[in-house]
Write a protein that binds this ligand. Structure first.
Ligand SMILES: Cc1ncc(COP(=O)(O)O)c(C=O)c1O
Length: 386
């Protein structure tokens, strides 16, 4: 047998990749598991997007390689989208780089800026990919704590005490996943000041701005942000297009050039019909977001009922596709809590520990299930409580 690389040994298969296999096995054995774990939007994209996709697929000239930096129409639409909803001016030729979803951007950015042995600041709790990618590129992971006491925002006093000398990159993610909390422009300004002071590239991963959030905010709206900050965005959640794999990176053109150097050696431009469909999605008016959010609002009422039933504690002010909640004190860990409901009710909640040690004691429930499914989950929990 040929042995895997040290890089591959440093990480584990993605938690959900493994958990989904376990759930599939249960389903194959006749159980009907209700999976409230994953943020995979089940609602459809805008109708016009499907129309545009079908139309452009029929164009016989649309099937070839595309530009490494995306088609002009897509970059221009991203630029208008940022102007309209975030009040941020971005040059569509130089300050926007379309990506195959924001997840690949996490790898490209890390490869473009971080040398083996340098450090990356990662939120705890946070999206697991930041840490896995840091390990893949041979960086030292330095976790910074987020906690309920600071409303899941960065504690700058604590941050200043960390070993910052070799830190090259810092991941932030607001609206935050898994905690659902938002940042303010003032907080982003403090982050930019911190990054300027320590010469750290700061990247805000921003895929949840349009879900249950009345004021989309970009870190690039802070005046000095172009010196030290980039932002990732994505259509996966905002337009229910996760399978299309359309995201983007925005910010200073010289940083984007470094990322393109890596990206253009790893993949080629996205399929043109997908780019045209994404352009169409970005050009939808505000009523699209309103109707999408009204569906999520109805679901949130049921998810809150469900969490009340299992005696979770949660903030009512959360943005994004999930509700983040404390487990009741009768359970010793988030995994024990999650396993209990998977075993007894065949309802799956994500244990908070998946997002880091500070996620212990919490669980996350997705809003990506129909009203019928959520009602069924409520019934099942009520049944085991009888
Ligand atoms: C915080 C965060 N960042 C990035 C991603 C990846 O999104 P995309 O589909 O754009 O790759 C996700 C997906 O769940 C996420 O939760």
């Amino acid at each position: 047998m040929i042995s895997p690389s040290n890089r591959s040994n440093a990480i584990k298969e993605y938690y959900f990749s493994l958990k989904l296999q376990e759930i599939e096995l249960l389903n194959r054995n006749g159980f009907d598991v209700i999976n409230l774990g994953i943020g995979n939007p089940d609602l459809p994209p805008p109708d016009a997007v499907i129309g545009e996709l079908s139309k452009s697929i029929a164009d016989s000239t649309a099937h070839g390689y595309q530009s490494y930096k995306g088609i002009n129409e897509l970059r221009e639409s991203f630029s208008l989208w940022y102007k309209r909803y975030f009040s941020v001016d971005l040059n569509p030729d130089k300050e926007i780089l379309p990506l195959m979803g924001s997840k690949e951007g996490i790898m490209h950015i890390s490869m473009a800026f971080v040398n083996p042995g340098e450090s990356i600041l990662i939120p705890n709790p946070g999206y697991p990919t930041y840490k896995a990618v840091a390990k893949i590129v041979g960086a030292k992971v330095i976790e910074y704590n987020l906690s309920e006491t600071t409303n899941w925002f960065v504690d700058f006093d604590e941050l200043e005490k960390l070993a910052l000398d070799k830190v090259k990159l810092m991941w932030v993610n607001y609206p935050n996943m898994p905690t659902g909390q938002n940042a303010t422009k003032k907080q982003f300004k403090k982050l930019i000041d911190f990054a300027v002071k320590h010469s750290i590239l700061i990247v805000n991963d921003n895929p949840y701005s349009f879900i249950l959030n009345s004021k989309p905010l970009s870190i690039l709206a802070v005046p000095e942000a172009h010196k030290v900050a980039l932002e990732l965005n994505s259509l996966s959640k905002s337009h229910n297009m996760a399978g299309f794999r359309i995201g983007m990176l925005a910010g200073n053109s010289s940083y984007l050039k470094s990322v393109l150097k890596i990206k253009s050696n790893m993949d080629s431009g996205m399929y043109k019909p997908l780019q045209l469909a994404a352009t169409c999605a970005l050009n939808q008016d505000n009523s699209w977001y309103q109707s999408n959010n009204s569906a999520y609002l109805k679901r949130r009422v049921l998810v809150e009922q469900l969490i009340d039933l299992v005696k979770g504690e949660y903030s009512k002010q959360q943005s994004g596709l999930f509700i983040w909640s404390k487990i009741p004190s009768s359970f010793t860990s988030s995994v024990a809590f999650s396993d209990y409901y998977l075993d007894k009710a065949k309802v799956f909640f994500t244990p908070g520990i998946v997002f880091g040690s500070n996620g212990e004691g919490y669980f996350r429930v997705s809003l990506c299930s129909t009203i019928e499914t959520l009602k069924k989950a409520i019934l099942r929990i009520q049944q085991i409580q009888r």
